[in-house]
Design a protein around this ligand. Structure first.
Ligand code: DGY
Length: 285
């Protein structure tokens, strides 16, 4: 708060809560540039009212985030974290026909919820695994279906038919808590749930119950409602949950490009030029 008081521009991270209090404290602020594609941490309506430009970093992190989604999917399906733990804990006694059996990825059905750039990048990867790909989004994208080999289905149908369900929606009032007990109960008992979007699209207590009761087989999440997760968060005790610390875009090249983009957006706005990625273009001169 003290830092922004005299500032014309602000570069922030997704962990910074850019709310009315902060915007009012920053009387001179003309631009808020976040080093993220998601801008649910910024009160964009309040910024727009104050004629403050808000920018983000879309595009550059699409493929990197899709890579991590697939890494989580494969790791959860083939139980890599449990395998690693089993060896370290001295449980690898001999080869056994039933030791650490997982789920096949090739040929399985993948349900993608949210079919923006990242959802589509995940669909492209799924083709290499001969997966059947279903998707659900606000609007069907028939023009993409043949090329990506995917089919639009209703949300409930996607949950019921998929072996893997992966989320790629932005956090909005409509998507907040869309994965609750009712959603998990619709999923197969062998299903694996993957979330690299935002923690708050899930009711975490409901996910915990679904994993404990084995109403779904496993989950892999890169995001949580409250980050960082508390050391004693009960979710972290679950053997069928794989958690990573919000590293979806964390490759050297992608993070460097995000940082460059955040700076370019900020400098453009301060110079009176239209930034390349503005989320509230109605405030541009
Ligand atoms: C974003 O940019 O919104 C991601 O969550 C972090 O890269």
């Amino acid at each position: 708060m003290a830092g922004v008081r005299e500032a014309d521009g602000l570069i922030c991270l997704l962990t910074d809560n850019i709310d009315v209090g902060l915007l009012d404290a920053a009387e001179h602020l003309r631009v808020v540039s976040t080093m993220a594609v998601g801008y649910d941490h910024i009160d964009v309506a309040a910024a727009t009212e104050r004629k403050i430009i808000v920018t983000n970093t879309p595009g550059v992190l699409t493929e990197t985030t899709a890579d991590l989604t697939f890494a989580l999917l494969l790791s959860a399906a083939r139980r890599l974290p449990e395998s690693q733990r089993a060896i370290r804990d001295g449980h690898w006694k001999s080869w056994s026909p039933t030791f650490l059996l997982g789920h096949d990825v090739y040929g399985a059905t993948l349900g993608i919820v949210g079919f923006g750039a990242i959802g589509q990048a995940v669909a492209r990867r799924a083709r290499g695994f001969d997966m059947r790909v279903l998707y659900n989004s606000r609007t069907a994208r028939p023009e993409l279906e043949t090329g990506l080999g995917c089919t639009y289905v209703a949300f409930d149908e996607l949950l019921e038919q998929s072996d893997f369900v992966t989320v790629h929606v932005p956090l909005t009032p409509e998507t907040r808590h869309m994965f609750d007990t009712a959603a998990f109960q619709r999923m197969k008992t062998t299903a694996i749930f993957i979330n690299t979007a935002r923690g708050s699209v899930v009711v975490e207590a409901d996910l915990q119950r679904a994993l404990e009761s084995k109403s779904i087989a496993a989950a892999a999440i890169d995001v949580a409602e409250s980050e960082p997760m508390a050391e004693h968060d009960p979710l972290l005790q679950l053997p069928n949950l794989l958690v990573t610390p919000h590293i979806g875009s964390a490759s050297v090249r992608t993070r460097a490009r995000m940082a460059d983009m955040a700076v370019d957006n900020l400098l453009a706005a301060l110079d009176g030029r239209p930034p390349d990625h503005c989320v509230n273009p109605q405030v541009l001169p």
